[in-house]
Design a protein around this ligand. Structure first.
Ligand SMILES: NC(=O)c1ccc[n+]([C@@H]2O[C@H](COP(=O)([O-])OP(=O)(O)OC[C@H]3O[C@@H](n4cnc5c(N)ncnc54)[C@H](OP(=O)(O)O)[C@@H]3O)[C@@H](O)[C@H]2O)c1
Length: 338
């Protein structure tokens, strides 16, 4: 059952830990525009139209006060996944997610008036490489040891895919490990959040499309799970209000689609009918040179938002073609060039 948010208060106090990044800034703008009070916890405070408060993601400090009596805590902390999975980067990817989650646990457990809801970032890549059927929260299978390919090409999924699944599982395990009776917990199993801001996945893929390199990537059969940023922010509000929802929640549009169709719709949004394809070996080479991994592109994420749909969340952008058109229109309107 939906409810008005507790305390009968209209103006929410929302704390975004690790909220200086792309998702956090988008949420901060969204909630501030709606008249809510937003605070960002960051290792490097900066000037913004909301307060940014120092924390180190590892120790309690004066920042703890921001959570006392807050309505909502959303923790987005984590080193960017956009890197080569070297031993050192693996340690950073792990520590920057598990550490702040454990810290918030200790802090929230000791507050006189803890937030009523705590959402922690998680990732849609927790599910197995799936071409055959949709993965929702109830029936989706967690990945890590899956076999991929057909016939003589059948083999174990790359070790790096397993590493990321293991990382996300551990992140969620730590998040849910200790009960917080006064704080509802939601793990945001986030797909690619599509935003018309520079430096985002949408910006990178759009640039490829606009220079004629936006063809099918890999076999093109692998599914892309995505969510328009506006629906992401609206879904967060929906989850705040719907007190019956807890546990893992898939943050994805209802219609993931094969990469071939995904890239075609993106090209369409940029009026580029053709694009050079990037077969897997070429992708492996270029990503190696760019010091990135191909997991984000080649693993099939056929992830759907079971809980959001069941609760009646009204998506504004359920279909990628419409979302891509809207994002490209916003990009042009902001005159961002390439
Ligand atoms: N964007 C997506 O499409 C997507 C998809 C799936 C999952 N996710 C997950 O959602 C979260 C937010 O995504 P995003 O795209 O906004 O990420 P982002 O832009 O990389 O921002 C993450 C924030 O984490 C903080 N951080 C980094 N290392 C840290 C550390 N060692 N200790 C404490 N804080 C640290 C940084 O804040 P400061 O430097 O200010 O401290 C940074 O702004 C991430 O955990 C990401 O893995 C995102």
């Amino acid at each position: 059952m939906a409810s008005n948010f507790p305390h009968g208060r209209h103006r929410l106090r929302i704390v975004l830990a690790g909220g200086s990044g792309s998702v956090g800034s988008m949420l901060a703008w969204h909630f501030q525009e709606q008249g809510h009070h937003v605070t960002v916890l960051t290792r490097a405070p900066y000037t913004a139209s909301w307060p940014t408060v120092h924390w180190d993601g590892a120790h309690p400090g004066p920042w703890v006060e921001t959570l006392e009596g807050a309505d909502v805590c959303i923790n987005l902390s984590g080193r960017s996944i956009d890197c080569r999975y070297t031993a050192e980067h693996r340690r950073q990817l792990y520590d920057s997610r598990i550490g702040p989650t454990q810290l918030l646990h200790n802090v929230i457990a000791n507050l006189a008036q803890p937030p009523r809801v705590w959402m922690n970032a998680s990732a849609a890549t927790i599910y197995r490489h799936a071409l055959d059927r949709d993965m929702d929260e109830a029936t989706g299978e967690i990945g890590g040891n899956e076999q991929i390919g057909e016939g003589i090409w059948r083999r174990r999924a790359p070790e790096k895919w397993g590493f990321i699944v293991h990382l996300v599982r551990e992140w969620e395990r730590v998040f849910f490990a200790t009960a917080t009776p006064r704080t509802r917990k939601i793990a945001l199993r986030t797909s690619l959040v599509m935003s018309p801001q520079p430096g985002t996945v949408f910006a990178v893929l759009s640039r490829l499309a606009r220079v004629g390199l936006g063809g099918t990537q890999g076999s093109g059969e692998q599914y892309v799970a995505w969510m328009h940023e506006r629906d992401y922010a609206r879904a967060i509000r929906f989850l705040i209000d719907h007190e019956e929802i807890e546990g893992p929640v898939n943050m994805a549009s209802p219609h993931p689609l094969p990469n071939r169709e995904f890239m075609a719709a993106l090209r369409q949004a940029w009026n580029m009918p053709n694009g050079l394809p990037a077969p897997a070996p070429l992708l492996e080479l270029s990503m190696f040179l760019l010091r990135k991994e191909t997991e984000l592109i080649l693993k099939s994420r056929r992830v759907v938002p079971g809980k959001l749909l069941e609760a009646g969340f009204p998506f504004e952008f359920p279909a990628w073609a419409h979302a891509a058109e809207d994002l490209a229109r916003q990009w042009r309107a902001a005159d961002r060039g390439f």
